[in-house]
Design a protein around this ligand. Structure first.
Ligand code: ATP
Ligand code: MG
Length: 410
């Protein structure tokens, strides 16, 4: 290696961590990580996401120097990794490994202070630091310091795994699915807790997850990987709006659809001339109109075009059979929700999906006049993308869920 390799002539000066064309091969197989080039700005939370086996853990392990790149280089603050000695790196990095990985024979206190011990800190100072950290996440040191990992719940263990990475106050924290083993509710709680924690300590974080909800909620920047290579690097909002290709679009799946749905308005998607009838119209005539127009419900309005309610075909039929002579207005039901043209597609979706018995919702202007109708069919148009990609997303998720552990504690 020449001196030029050790300095950073082309380096990104804002980046604390840089990957330049990093490749990692294990034996004769296709490389686990391929030409990985990425700048991680100081103080940012960068999320690596992608299907199982795409090289996320391998990338983190190279940063932690558990393994060496086959090709390319990694840079910390403009200095090539190779110029750091292992102890120096250990000081700068914290690592939360996949599947928690607490050491069962060590107490919680000793687990948290594990790296501090490697760095040669005295027992008393280690214990004090462990207490301080436990308090930060609301666990009483008196109760937890001397317990063993198996005596803790999954959520508590994951907290300890995070604290262990924070104990020596590193600049960079590598987190490999830190909340992966938790149920969704607990995971959300820990995410919030962790975000609060981050507001008090400024850290650069490389965070691995399978979970797009988690990525969207935590990331400053998302790095989407596939087969060892980066497919797209972008902030969450941009990745939602401008996915680089079909793979990204399908990986964002329902999130993109929800985003799209929240951006279009009801006025954009509604049927602008729904089938309507005046309230004074007779029942048989109304039924005939429904048959002719092939609809199974009818919007009823008064003489001024104001919404009176909706009638269903089956109801009309029953009343006609019973000899009811009243006008259709007497059967109109206005109990269901209505929409405004300015409501978002997402609102329409929520309302329709939360009322299983409803096939459609009327759209009313500020004066209560009927201006349109949103049907389940309208939503299918809106969801077209989602339905098409849902299968892909399911597949990716299923793959992700069967991820192998394959990790060692350091
Ligand atoms: N020590 C190793 N020896 C041989 N192959 C390995 C080794 N570690 C990882 N691999 C392979 O490299 C590829 C990437 O693995 P890696 O653990 O980085 O994936 P991942 O993205 O973290 O997946 P997951 O989401 O399942 O944790 C996989 O095909 C894996 O089998
Ligand atoms: Mg992994």
């Amino acid at each position: 290696m020449t001196d030029a390799d050790m300095a950073s002539p082309v380096g990104d000066t804002d980046a604390i961590l840089e990957f330049r064309g990093v490749t990692k091969s294990f034996g004769g197989r296709a490389p686990a990580v391929r030409h990985f080039t990425l700048s991680v700005p100081r103080g940012q939370l960068v999320v690596l996401i992608g299907p199982s086996g795409c090289g996320k853990t391998t990338t983190l392990r190279m940063v932690n120097r558990l393994i060496e790149p086959t090709d390319g280089s990694i840079w910390l603050e403009g200095r090539n990794y190779k110029s750091y000695n292992p102890v120096e790196l250990r000081r700068r990095l914290g690592y939360v490994i996949q599947r928690i990985g607490l050491m069962p024979h060590l107490t919680i206190g000793d687990n948290i202070a594990f790296v501090l011990r490697l760095l040669g800190q005295a027992p008393q100072a280690r214990r004090a630091r462990a207490s301080e950290l436990l308090e930060m996440v609301g666990l009483d040191p008196a109760e937890y310091l001397d317990r063993y990992p198996t005596e803790l719940s999954g959520g508590q263990q994951q907290r300890i795994g995070v604290l262990r990475a924070l104990a020596h106050d590193p600049d960079i924290i590598l987190m490999d699915e830190p909340f992966g083993a938790l149920d969704p509710l607990m995971r959300e709680q820990l995410q919030e807790e962790f975000k609060r924690l981050l507001r008090t300590v400024s850290k650069t974080i490389v965070f691995v997850t399978h979970d797009m909800d988690e990525a969207l909620s935590m990331a400053d920047v998302i790095v989407l990987m596939k087969d060892g290579a980066i497919v797209q690097v972008a902030p969450p909002e941009e990745m939602l709006r401008h996915p680089a290709d079909e793979f990204v679009a399908s990986f964002m799946g329902r999130h993109r659809v929800l985003r799209q749905a929240s951006e279009v308005s009801v006025a954009d998607v509604m049927i602008a001339s729904p089938v309507m009838t005046p309230e004074a119209s007779g029942l048989a005539r109304s039924l005939e109109l429904m048959r002719r127009r092939r609809v199974n419900s009818l919007l009823v309005h008064d003489a001024g075009g104001h919404y009176v309610g909706v009638v269903r075909q089956s109801e009309l039929q029953d009343h006609i059979e019973a000899g009811d002579q009243s006008p259709v207005g007497s059967l109109a039901d206005r109990t269901a929700d209505t929409l405004a043209p300015s409501d978002s597609g997402l609102t329409a979706m929520h309302q329709l999906l939360s009322h299983q018995q409803l096939d459609s919702l009327p759209v009313l202007d500020a004066d209560d006049r009927i201006v349109g109708l949103v049907t389940r069919g309208t939503l299918v148009g809106l969801l077209g993308d989602a339905l098409r990609v849902a299968a892909d997303v399911q597949e990716i998720r299923a793959e992700a869920a069967s991820a192998p552990a394959g990790e060692v504690a350091r």
